[in-house]
Design a protein around this ligand. Structure first.
Ligand SMILES: Nc1ncnc2c1ncn2[C@@H]1O[C@H](COP(=O)(O)OP(=O)(O)OP(=O)(O)O)[C@@H](O)[C@H]1O
Ligand SMILES: [Zn+2]
Ligand SMILES: [Zn+2]
Length: 802
């Protein structure tokens, strides 16, 4: 078995295969599938993943593996296979799929070092190599021509550790620990014989006679007001011992989290959890759709299911949307499972992410709570996978590999014979339709656990406000209700169903709008810097004082960004204090948490924000939720816009009255008759489902039809159009009669970063070989892609149609 099959890091579609390399003597004993290696490829040295070891190759002269990057496999057998599956499902390169499963640190070229973790003697060659040092550059080892096997053993024994030099603001990675080096009675003898003048040493020695547990040297020094020298003298006398212990950068302060125990489940919860627990117990793979109104105790069901999984010695993955990964949510899991929980989300530094990943890799935790990519957690005994808020579009990755975490979850659920639980108050039509067909098992929670009714929703027709002469963005009723709340010392959540950056600058005289010179989209106005910025490329400019078209000086900014709402509130209700949460105020790490914390502590009356405030927040004192413009999303060119509006309104309504105080929801809209606004206000999911399914059927959209979106981009517009036309032509020769191929048409944003964009859309019900055709078509253009900077991207489950 001295040949390795390697997937190499070459970004070209024709190279979606394995290459054979021979394994040099020095790597024979250590090399395993799932490790990364460096191999020669043409004139270059590149990275690759070993997927298999074999004894024969159909090729004659094989090149040698140059280097081995890992001493333990970073991908399990299951993940290697899963990578192949993901690549195939999403038409992406295997290498890209495999890399998507690993933390960033393992993807880029960080320097490695070997760190000594013990004072015990190492095997001679390693001892000489370290030559008294605590750490050495990994290259030194490589250059010294020593045994990789010996190194691997030392690492496995915990005597050495491989570290990546990641820049991280967060604390050190190791602490120096002190512990007694002799048995207590020997220490006592030494204590009696100790010279009187060595007072500090004697005190420290006394401490370790009483306390035999290791403690950090820092604490010893602090407690006895002394220096390193004291400890060192005791070490030199052979009474104490020091060693390094690795501490993980822990962004959450675990000690401060209050521990919780299982609640007694309500009747409804018991009914819902029963089949899940049975599936855990019997090791069967089932997909459960847990449809429960907001505040119905879905999370408690997750927690108790996970407890069973842990008791069985297995592991759990919990996915939550990125923006719902608030301390509130994380604390609920840490509160129940303490140190057994790893957390993975984008706000962590590269080093922190790597630490969390390693805790999973080393089997130090049983639960991971994380955003989309946590679905690839390298667990080997999965007992459950939970996807909370399964309707969230952030579960779909928008660049290669364009996977949907739900599909990956189900695939892994099958691999491990374990249940997958999809939870939501507003499931996607796709999932609900599957539950109706019996593909998923449906469990429904209709009541809130506190038995409170769902908060009453009032729809306010903004057209009537306008007629009545109210030109502000607040209806009279919303204004009064806010004032009422503030008087009662209760809190308000205000949702602007639109992002802050939709504010643009327009000339009042000629209507000129400043567009980005590189993208066909209006520049957005940022008040605090007085600049116009492009949301798609990094272009920015100063706000012009004179219109470039007509020289008028009547330049005004338009749109209802959160900044404007903030100003309007201050004007209308001067006594209100407000916290704003949008892309602008949450850009910095930790700012999201900080805003929520302040609001939770009652430091403001109003929390104003975009979509990101709708999720998972649970504040006792919130009694009023206001939605400023319910329908602003309905006009987007997206067949899911009604569904998204329904989901958002339902979720945000769920933020009110979750505790003792009853809640009220006011929804302002220009289209009060629209079914998604109306049915959301009645909490009528089923009716919405039926109505929307009717629309989808009529207009041939999912879940009745599958979609595939092909986007072609290049700097030359003619080339884009010609390529798109050829693709459509090729497709039409292959697909079934009742499959629809639309386009080519310009994409909704026809140019980004100076590249023109055209698209075509395939709507189909049954095309079992679609991936094969698409791959063939992509192959035909692969030269153009490689040499001429043409980009063709295929999205087999498009969510962003832009
Ligand atoms: N069996 C129970 N008995 C008493 N309280 C419960 C029970 N189950 C859950 N709760 C409490 O009810 C509240 C709502 O529960 P939870 O947050 O789990 O609901 P959810 O369905 O996940 O809500 P959302 O979808 O809005 O986030 C929480 O404060 C939780 O502690
Ligand atoms: Zn003008
Ligand atoms: Zn731009």
């Amino acid at each position: 078995m001295n040949i390795a099959k390697v997937i190499v890091d070459v970004p070209a579609s024709s190279i979606n295969q394995t290459f054979d390399y021979s394994i040099p003597e020095r790597f024979q004993e250590i090399l395993k599938p799932g490790m990364r290696v460096i191999v020669p490829f043409g004139p270059r040295k590149i990275m690759g993943f070993v997927v298999d070891r074999v004894s024969e190759s159909s090729f004659e002269r094989l090149k040698n593996i140059i280097d081995v990057l890992d001493l333990t496999p970073v991908l399990t057998k299951e993940l290697l296979d899963l990578g192949k599956w993901v690549a195939n499902e999403t038409l992406s390169l295997s290498i890209v799929a495999l890399q998507a499963m690993l933390p960033q640190v393992l993807k880029s070229k960080y320097k490695k070092e070997l760190v000594r973790m013990t004072d015990e003697k190492l095997p001679d060659p390693l001892e000489y190599l370290f030559a008294g040092r605590d750490f050495i550059a990994y290259e030194e080892f490589e250059n010294a021509n020593l045994s990789y096997y010996q190194l691997q053993k030392a690492v496995q024994a915990g005597d050495l550790s491989v570290h990546y030099q990641v820049q991280s603001k967060v604390t050190k990675k190791e602490v120096l620990m002190v512990k007694p080096a002799r048995e207590t009675h020997m220490m006592e003898e030494a204590f009696i014989d100790f010279p009187k003048n060595a007072k500090k040493q004697k005190q420290v020695l006394g401490y370790f006679i009483e306390n035999t547990h290791p403690i950090p040297q820092k604490e010893v020094l602090k407690q006895f007001q002394t220096t390193n020298q004291t400890v060192k003298s005791l070490v030199d006398k052979g009474l104490l011992e020091t060693y390094k212990e690795e501490v993980y950068r822990n962004p959450y302060n675990d000690e401060e989290i209050e521990r919780t125990t299982a609640l007694e489940l309500t009747e409804e919860q018991q009914q819902a959890i029963k089949p899940i627990l049975a599936s855990i117990k019997n090791n069967t793979h089932d997909v459960f759709l847990l449809h429960g109104v907001t505040g119905s105790g879905k999370t408690e069901i997750y927690l108790q299911s996970i407890q069973d999984v842990i008791d069985k010695g297995e592991e759990a993955i919990v996915l939550v949307p990125e923006i719902a990964l608030t301390p509130q949510m994380v604390n609920r899991f840490k509160g129940r499972f303490g140190k057994s929980v790893a957390v993975m989300h984008s706000a962590l530094s590269a080093g922190e992410k790597y630490d969390e990943w390693r805790r999973i890799h080393r089997k130090e935790v049983q639960v991971v709570v994380g955003a989309r990519s946590a679905i690839f957690a390298p667990f080997e005994n999965l007992g459950i996978i939970i996807i909370d808020e399964e309707h969230e579009t952030t579960y779909k990755q928008e660049d290669q590999p364009r996977y949907h975490a739900r599909d990956v979850a189900i695939q892994r659920g099958q691999n491990h014979n374990c249940p997958v639980v999809l939870g939501s108050a507003t499931p996607t039509l796709e999932s609900y339709a599957r539950a109706m067909k019996g593909v998923y098992s449906l469990a429904t929670l209709n009541k809130r656990t506190n038995d409170q009714p769902m908060p009453h929703v009032d729809i306010i027709d903004m057209r009537a406000e306008l007629h009545a002469g109210n030109r502000t963005m607040f209806s009279r009723k919303l204004k009064e209700s806010i004032e009422h709340c503030i008087r009662n010392k209760e809190q308000v959540v205000l949702l602007l169903n639109r992002r802050g950056y939709s504010t643009f600058v327009m000339c009042r005289d000629c209507g000129h709008v400043n567009d980005c010179p590189h993208c066909d989209i209006a520049l957005t106005y940022h008040k605090n810097t007085n600049r116009l910025k492009c949301h798609y490329c990094s272009y920015e400019e100063i706000v012009p004082s004179i219109c470039p078209e007509c020289n008028s000086d009547l330049i005004r900014y338009f749109g209802t960004g959160t900044q404007r709402v903030e100003e309007a509130i201050t004007e209308l209700i001067p006594e209100a204090s407000l916290l704003r949460m949008d892309v602008d105020t949450t850009r910095r790490k930790g700012s999201h948490e900080k805003i929520l914390k302040e609001f939770g502590e009652g430091k403001a009356d109003i929390l104003l924000g975009t979509q990101m405030i709708a999720k998972g927040l649970d504040f006792e004192n919130v009694t009023l939720v206001g939605v400023l413009t319910a329908d602003s999303m309905l006009n987007l060119p997206d067949f899911r816009s009604s569904e998204k509006t329904f989901q958002l309104l339902t979720q945000v309504s769920g933020r009110a009255g979750r505790h003792e105080l009853t809640g009220q929801v006011l929804v302002q809209t220009y289209t009060p008759e629209h079914y998604s606004v109306k049915l959301a206000s009645e909490y009528n999911f089923l009716e919405f489902y039926k109505k929307e399914m009717g629309m989808r059927k009529k207009f041939q959209y999912p879940p009745y039809y599958f979609l595939a979106l092909i986007t072609i981009t290049h700097e030359n517009k003619v080339k884009v159009i010609q390529t798109a036309q050829r693709i459509v032509h090729l497709l039409l020769q292959k697909v079934n009669q009742n499959t629809v191929v639309l386009g080519p048409t310009p994409s909704p944003i026809p140019r980004i970063k100076d590249r023109y964009r055209y698209q075509c859309m395939i709507k189909y019900r049954n095309e079992p070989d679609l991936r094969v055709y698409l791959n063939k078509i992509l192959d035909q253009f692969s030269d153009d892609v490689r040499k001429n900077n043409l980009i063709i991207s295929v999205d087999l489950q498009p969510y962003h149609l832009m």
